[in-house]
Design a protein around this ligand. Structure first.
Ligand code: KG4
Ligand code: ZN
Length: 355
């Protein structure tokens, strides 16, 4: 094992000096088994197997089922990524894997697989933070994007405003006090009787709805903070009240909820960009796929002379290309992992807290 790591460090140093590597990136933090082959920020392939249909009947992700499915699928998904990129395992120069945050069993599948592969191929392994991956998805299609910039990170577990001052250096500007934005979408969807995952369903249903019709309170949080937990209760109570007085349209409730979340997310993110003099605002994470949020951020950025940057939809929700993009930065900033690497379900982004 020690000779493996000595070798891995030597090889990583050579790749770092060269400036890029042919990476195989692996992501299994929740309910997507994903693999990608990347050169620098350029994806040569991306394979994603989603377990959504498996978890749908339970109304959410069942961790044990997720782990078992990753075990079944990971080899197939990796082979698919290699085939699509027209390379073999022997061409791969380094492995990148998500080691947190996420579901411990799910993460362990990817981490164990990646460690075994790195050891067998005698190549370096880079441990990647899933949230950093989401942020780095922005580099894949926007070559012009370079720090410093502000990023709104909105996923199933995060609603953060983060300032990226240089590659790998994050400053937390604001975050949610309670639920994450994605969690709020999923809860609102449940109130409306929509299937898991709720975000895309609310997005779809909102299309024909009136965003002003279903009254919801706009949460008030100081500074750059967010709050979403009260919205679900407000939705439930408003729905019950309206039922008694002539009913309501679900599409109006969906559109009004989406509008409320979007306004809150956009307002504070723009304010943070303006206050900190950021010329670019990026968005990242599963909720960045939301059509109303993308439109609102784009419009407000334009109004305030801020450049707006968002990954295409396929790189917003979980995928391995974003992990490969983060690995391209890790190659310069981080030592390779040794074989004691473990899953870290509560891993945080290494951030300087803003005071
Ligand atoms: O980033 P992600 O795929 O996984 C995590 O890292 O959490 O985010 C998943 C979250 C779910 O809560 C899902 O409902 C939400 O992203 N989501 C959306 C949309 N697509 C996915 N929320 C709103 N609108 C969407 N179009
Ligand atoms: Zn994610």
């Amino acid at each position: 094992m020690s000779s493996y790591y000595a070798n891995a460090q030597k090889k990583a140093k050579i790749l770092k000096e060269r400036g890029e590597a042919l990476f195989l990136a692996i992501e299994t933090s929740c309910d997507e088994t994903a693999a990608a082959v990347m050169r620098g920020f350029k994806p040569l392939s991306s394979a994603v197997h989603t377990q959504i249909d498996i978890h749908k009947k339970y109304g959410g992700v069942v961790p044990e089922i997720a782990s078992r499915n990753h075990v079944q699928m990971i080899d197939i998904v990796v082979k698919d990524a290699l085939d699509k990129a027209n390379v073999t395992l022997n061409d791969i120069e380094a492995i990148a894997v998500t080691y947190g945050p996420g579901l411990v069993g799910a993460l362990l599948c990817g981490v164990s697989y990646a460690k075994a592969l790195a050891y067998a191929l005698d190549i370096p392994l880079f441990a990647i933070n899933h949230i950093e991956g989401h942020i780095c998805a922005n580099y894949v299609e926007h070559e012009w994007l370079k720090p410093p910039f502000m990023c709104l990170v909105v996923s199933g577990g995060h609603s953060h405003i983060v300032n990226i001052s240089e590659h790998g250096v994050y400053r937390l500007i604001g975050k949610t006090r309670d639920d994450a934005a994605g969690e709020a979408f999923d809860k609102a969807a449940r109130v409306l009787g929509l299937p898991y995952p709720g975000g895309p369903e609310v997005d779809k249903l909102s299309k024909g709805g009136d965003p002003e019709k279903f009254p919801l309170p706009m949460p008030r949080v100081e500074g750059y903070g967010y709050s979403f937990s009260g919205l679900k209760t407000a939705m439930l109570q408003t729905a019950q009240r309206l039922e008694k007085t002539g009913g309501y349209e679900k599409k109006d409730a969906a559109a009004s909820f989406q509008n409320c979340v979007t306004k809150q997310l956009t307002g504070k993110a723009i304010q943070a960009a303006l206050d900190f003099g950021a010329s670019t605002l990026a968005v990242a994470g599963g909720v960045a796929a939301n059509s109303a949020l993308r439109n609102s951020l784009e419009k407000e950025c334009e109004k305030h002379g801020i450049k707006f940057c968002a990954p295409s939809l396929k790189y917003c929700t979980d995928n391995a290309v974003m992990i490969g993009a983060a690995a391209n930065i890790a190659l310069q900033n981080q030592l390779p992992a040794d074989l004691s690497l473990n899953a870290e379900p509560s891993l945080r982004l290494n951030m300087i807290e803003h005071i």
